[in-house]
Design a protein. Sequence first.
Length: 152
Amino acid sequence: MPMDLEAVKVGFPQAVPMVATLSLTFDELDHQTASMTLPDQSAYHNHVGGPHAGAMFTLAESASGALVLANFGDRLGDATPLAVEATIRYLKLAMGPVTATARMMRSGEEILAELDRGGRPEFLVEIDLTSSDGTVTGQMTIVWTLKPNKRS
């Protein structure tokens, strides 16, 4: 059974301290989509007054990580979720708050079936970064894996 979504929202800033450092907030979380927002904070601006690229990367990766935890957090005794590759494209200048919306590209059931057959599944999470007016300012794709834990 997947994790309790409210527990993921509450525990995520403690489990991932950068979430609290950047004051990221959840807008939405279910088993197919996670949406988080980076507020407009001058301490994290770049040289043109928008959010720093590293802060936007962290926002997108955090939304994807929350989605992975929502789907597989109850299986942490069996496998460790790891990001193995990330590609980001900054498409337009972002100004003000930025929202990352992450989407699973495979079903959790399919991924767990592969894990249960002894595999090390890899799966994509795609993320759109948008400004407050809905303009897509960036896109990110992360390849995640569930690395089976060694049994003692």
